[in-house]
Design a protein around this ligand. Structure first.
Ligand SMILES: *Cc1c(COP(=O)(O)O)cnc(C)c1O
Length: 407
C-alpha cells in the first residue's frame, strides 16, 4: 500500500482513514483497544526520553492513550483543526477548555441560550474562580460587540442553539476579533457536527463537542472533545484535562466512537434529510403553531445565515410549538399527550442517536426554570424538541398523523 495524503481526500474518506495507524504487531484493521492505565519502558534511559518529551510515547492514560489518540486525530482532521483533546464527556470538554484557556480576571461573552450545565459553569463555577461572563443574544452582533470589555477573552456560543434552534453567524462574530485582538471565538458544535458545519473554517478558534451525540452517534457512549490550534490544545490538555479536571476519555469509549465515526457522513446526512422532511410536514399540520428548524425559509434571518454556514444540511434536531387550545387542550397538556401518543420516538433527552428522541423542555429539561425565565428565551409550554433518528421518514410522518388524531 502507498501512503494516502488525507488533505487531498474528501469528508467520507477522511472519516474512515484519518488518525488510522496500521497495527505494527499483527496488522489489525480495527483500532485495538489499549485498555491500560500505565505504560512500561524497555529501559531507564528510554523512560527518561519519553518523560522529557525527547521521543514520542505514552506514560499514563489520563495524559494520553493510543486508542484515544486515533479519535483525536480523526476529529481534528474532520473539523479542520491542528489538534484535539478528548474528554470523558461534553461537559468535561467545555470545562477543560474554559479552565485551560482562561484565568482570574478574564471575562467571557456567552450566548444567552446555552446547554444547561454550561450555563451553570458560566453563571456559578467560573465567577467563583474570578472569571466572569456576560450573557447576550449572539444573533445580535451589535449586542455582542457592546458586551466586549477590555478584559474579554472569549465569545462562546452554540449554533444552532438548544432548544430554540437560533442561529449565530460564526463568520460575523469571528470578524469582531479584528477590532478586539486577543479574543478567542469558541463554538459548541454539538448540534451541527461536520459535514454540516465547520466553525474553524469560518474563523472560530476553538470547537467543543459533546461526542455523546452525533459524533459517536449510537447512544452508547458519553464523551467530549476540544479542537483547536496546537498551542491551545496543549494548554487545555496539560493545564485542565490532564490535571485539574482529570477527565480523560476511556480507551473503550474511544474505540466505540472511532467505529461510529466511520459512518458519520452517511448518518448525519440522513438525520438532516429526515429532519427537513419532517419539519416541512409539521409546518402543514393544523395543531402546530411554529416549527423552529434552520432549514425552513420561515426562520427568516436564521435561515439566511444557516444557508451560508451549514453546507446545505441543517442539523437533525428541530423544535416545534403546539397551539394553545388545540383539541381543547392547553399547549402544555397537548405536548405531553402528543409524546404519549407517539409510537416511534422515545421520550428521552440527548440527541443524535439512530433512534428518534422527543422531549418536552417545559416539563423535563427546563422544569425547574421559572416559566417567566424560560419564556424569555422562547421555551414555551407547548414546545417539543425532536432529535430525528434514522428510521424511515414516512413511518415518522405516519406516526405523527396518528398521534395528532388521538390528541
Ligand atoms: C449534551 C450537550 C452537552 C454536554 O455533553 P455531555 O456529553 O452530556 O457532557 C453540551 N452541549 C450541548 C449542545 C449538548 O447537547
Amino acid at each position: 500500500m502507498s501512503e494516502l495524503n488525507l488533505n487531498e481526500t474528501r469528508f467520507d474518506t477522511q472519516a474512515i482513514h484519518a488518525g488510522y495507524r496500521r497495527d505494527s504487531d499483527y496488522g489489525a484493521l480495527a483500532t485495538p483497544i489499549y485498555q491500560t492505565s500505565t505504560f512500561t519502558f524497555p529501559s531507564a534511559d528510554y523512560a527518561m526520553k519519553v518523560f522529557s518529551g525527547e521521543i514520542p510515547g505514552y506514560d499514563y492514560t489520563r495524559a494520553g492513550n493510543p486508542t484515544v489518540r486515533v479519535f483525536e486525530e480523526k476529529i481534528a482532521q474532520l473539523e479542520g483543526g491542528e489538534d484535539a483533546v478528548a474528554t470523558s464527556s461534553g461537559m468535561g470538554a467545555i470545562s477543560s477548555a474554559l479552565l485551560g484557556l482562561f484565568q482570574m480576571g478574564d471575562h467571557i461573552v456567552c450566548g444567552s441560550t446555552v446547554y444547561g450545565c454550561t450555563d451553570v459553569v458560566m453563571r456559578e463555577i467560573l465567577p467563583s474562580l474570578g472569571i466572569t461572563a456576560t450573557f447576550v443574544d449572539t444573533g445580535d452582533l451589535a449586542a455582542v460587540e457592546a458586551a466586549i470589555q477590555p478584559n474579554t477573552k472569549a465569545i462562546y456560543f452554540e449554533t444552532p442553539a438548544n432548544p430554540t434552534m437560533q442561529v449565530t453567524d460564526i463568520a460575523a462574530v469571528s470578524a469582531l476579533k479584528q477590532s478586539h485582538p486577543g479574543l478567542r471565538v469558541i463554538v459548541d458544535n454539538t448540534f451541527a457536527p461536520p459535514p454540516v458545519q465547520r466553525p474553524l473554517s469560518l474563523g472560530a478558534d476553538v470547537v467543543v463537542h459533546s461526542v455523546t451525540k452525533y459524533i459517536n452517534g449510537h447512544g452508547d457512549v458519553i464523551g467530549g472533545v476540544v479542537v483547536g490550534t496546537k498551542g491551545d490544545i496543549a494548554q487545555v490538555r496539560s493545564r485542565a484535562m490532564g490535571k485539574i479536571c482529570g477527565t480523560p476519555l476511556t480507551p473503550f469509549s474511544a474505540y466505540l466512537i472511532i467505529r461510529g465515526m466511520k459512518t458519520l457522513g452517511l448518518r448525519v446526512r440522513r438525520h438532516c434529510e429526515n429532519a427537513l422532511a419532517l419539519a416541512q410536514y409539521l409546518e402543514t399540520c393544523p395543531e402546530v403553531e411554529k416549527v423552529y428548524y434552520p432549514g425552513l425559509p420561515s426562520m427568516g434571518k436564521d435561515y439566511e445565515i444557516a444557508r451560508r454556514q451549514m453546507n446545505g444540511l441543517y442539523s437533525g434536531i428541530f423544535s416545534f410549538v403546539l397551539k394553545e387550545g388545540t383539541h381543547g387542550l392547553s399547549a402544555f397538556d397537548a405536548a405531553k399527550k402528543l409524546m404519549d401518543n407517539l409510537k416511534i420516538p422515545a421520550i428521552a433527552v440527548s440527541l443524535g442517536d439512530p433512534d428518534t428522541l422527543i422531549q418536552h423542555p417545559a416539563s423535563m429539561t427546563h422544569v425547574k426554570v421559572p416559566k417567566q425565565v424560560r419564556e424569555q428565551v422562547g421555551i414555551t409550554d407547548g414546545m417539543l424538541r425532536f432529535s430525528v433518528g434514522l428510521e424511515d421518514v414516512e413511518d415518522l410522518k405516519a406516526d405523527f398523523a396518528q398521534a395528532f388524531a388521538r390528541l
